[in-house]
Design a protein. Structure first.
Length: 556
């Protein structure tokens, strides 16, 4: 046991004395110490119930012969911080959560790990930490929120953001906006569409780091406590069998996760996060893998933001298993190990489809013939960028640049109704280093949709998009403006062409001439966590990480 380092021998009497104060005894010192890492907070519905779910996790560990040791780490709520300075902290928090899990577990020589997650960045952070530690462990997602009801219609937080745009356009009044606001989020659970949290929770199942079916169960469903207990017992089995994350996180696992994200038109943030997880696991994965996944994998799930249904509906229809079975039957999955001890194909083969469900379609008759994103390169993005295709069928857009230095300036222009059909909104200096923190642009994109311009304008940014975004949106432009990328030199009126089929994104301008005498902007923050992140962070095309990459040779 790793924990022998703090429990065994005469020299560890001081450590045992302190552990006894927490309630441990001689029998406990003979057992493995299992980290139960929680991202609980009462600031957001996504994570506010995780303290309740932690108890059955602990009970499962105890009953299976382990001793649970609790830690808590942070979360930054994307939905609350969206459109504010605080949103810069969101992606940064992924690195902080990862690092804090590593420090807590290594610092106390613990034997295995369960991480309870909710809001967006906590999910990939948990996987990154497990890959880095390579101790037996798993990810347990707190589950999706249930739909809100407004005028007998299911609504989510996406509808609130879009209502802001509709309100600015005069399409709804103050009372109607307030009505949507008050009914969109009825209780505990992460945002209800196939936004980033549910996309990454599903990815955990296809990566094999979460038990198949566990993450599907909504936050307030009666079975969620049973799943928590199951995860506690399961981590003990992983410890007994010495099954570690890097043995599960194979190239096949990432192939499966990318295809599943494509098949459900999931969040483009999955590109960033899967790249980051692969880096920690020592798996060779590059941004082009996601274009390949999108081209080979049609959209078979009719989910918001581009579709009709929510995560709770997919759970009732047959869930992740049914998505997996569809892909498996079509030859779009590779068999791989999972934390249950069973292989992915065994898990997917047990799918049960609810009669008459309309959420999960077939590969032969998909919602769309290709997946929900594309990777393009060109004079505007030499290192690549991500095009979000959810919610529309367009694969090409030509328009005139409207350039904004920062999200707020763009949002104000949208609210003043200064954006016209055919415009390509360019928002720069929002990249990983330049932001810093690569803010999401949901406030801007939702306002555009709310004003009825979703099909008529495009948006390009070195920042990123919420999973709730849809429309012709291009994010993660690399290199970013703050590091001298071409997006820094686009001018109002430049012609921009985006072509997903030919994988090109070009600006009709002499970028090299404009680059002469360019001086990099001063960092927005001179000290503190934001300054440290800006100095260390890698390109979005590499996952926007601050850690050193792990390679398989490091093990030898």
């Amino acid at each position: 046991m790793n924990s022998a380092a703090i429990k065994d021998g005469a020299s560890r009497a001081p450590a045992r004395a302190m552990l006894r104060a927490t309630g441990m005894n001689d029998e406990d010192f003979k057992k493995p110490l299992i980290a139960v890492v929680n991202t609980w907070t009462n600031v957001t519905p996504c994570n506010m119930h995780l303290n309740l779910l932690a108890e059955p996790v602990r009970a499962g560990i105890r009953e299976a012969g382990g001793v649970p040791v609790d830690f808590n780490t942070i979360v930054v709520s994307d939905g609350i911080s969206m459109g504010t300075e605080g949103m810069r902290a969101s992606l940064m928090s992924r690195e902080v959560v990862t690092d804090s899990i590593e420090l807590a577990v290594r610092g106390h020589s613990l034997d295995a790990v369960v991480v309870l997650v909710g809001c967006d960045k906590t999910i990939p952070a948990a996987a990154m930490a497990l890959a880095r530690l390579d101790l037996p462990g798993l990810v347990f997602y707190g589950g999706s929120i249930m739909p809100g009801k407004c005028d007998d219609k299911d609504v989510t937080i996406q509808d609130v953001f879009e209502a802001v745009g509709a309100h600015a356009a005069g399409a709804i009044d103050d009372a109607q906006l307030a009505d949507v606001e008050k009914h969109a989020c009825p209780g505990a659970g992460a945002c209800g569409g196939q936004f980033t949290a549910n996309t990454m929770a599903m990815s955990m199942s296809f990566l094999g780091l979460s038990p198949m079916g566990t993450n599907d169960v909504p936050a307030i469903h009666a079975d969620k406590m049973k799943e928590a207990d199951r995860c506690g017992r399961l981590v003990m089995q992983l410890w007994k069998d010495n099954v570690t994350p890097r043995s599960i996180l194979t190239e096949a696992a990432f192939f499966n996760a990318a295809n599943a994200v494509s098949a459900t038109a999931g969040s483009t943030n999955a590109v960033l996060h899967l790249l980051a997880i692969a880096r920690e696991a020592g798996v060779a994965l590059d941004i082009d893998a996601f274009d390949e996944a999108s081209r080979r994998t049609p959209v078979i799930a009719d989910l918001k933001p581009g579709g009709k249904y929510m995560a709770a509906d997919m759970f009732e229809a047959g869930g992740t298993r049914l998505v997996g079975k569809r892909l498996m039957d079509a030859g779009l999955l590779k068999d791989s190990p999972t934390v249950t001890g069973r292989r992915l194909f065994e898990e997917c083969a047990e799918a049960e489809e609810t009669f008459g469900q309309k959420v999960i379609l077939s590969v032969d008759a998909p919602l769309k013939p290709r997946g929900g994103f594309g990777i393009v390169y060109g004079t505007l993005a030499p290192e690549g960028c991500v095009v979000k295709l959810a919610g529309h069928g367009k694969l090409k857009f030509e328009g005139t640049a409207r350039v904004f230095d920062g999200e707020e300036a763009a949002f104000d222009a949208v609210q003043r109704r200064e954006i016209k059909k055919g415009d390509v909104i360019v928002i720069r200096n929002e990249g990983p280093a330049g932001g810093p923190g690569m803010r999401e642009m949901l406030a801007v994109t939702a306002a555009i949709v709310g004003q009825g311009l979703g099909d008529d304008v495009a948006l390009i940014t070195d920042g990123r998009f919420s999973g709730a975004t849809y429309g012709f949106m291009v994010g993660h432009v690399s290199p970013e403006a703050a590091r001298g990328g071409p997006i820094a030199f686009v001018h109002d009126g430049d012609k921009i062409i985006i072509d997903v089929e030919t994988r090109k994104i070009d600006v009709d301008a002499d970028i090299d001439a404009r680059r002469k005498n360019w001086i990099a902007p001063q960092p927005r923050y001179p000290n503190g966590a934001f300054a440290k992140y800006a100095a260390l962070v890698s390109s979005a095309s590499e996952g926007a990480v601050t850690s050193f990459p792990f390679t398989k040779k490091d093990e030898g």
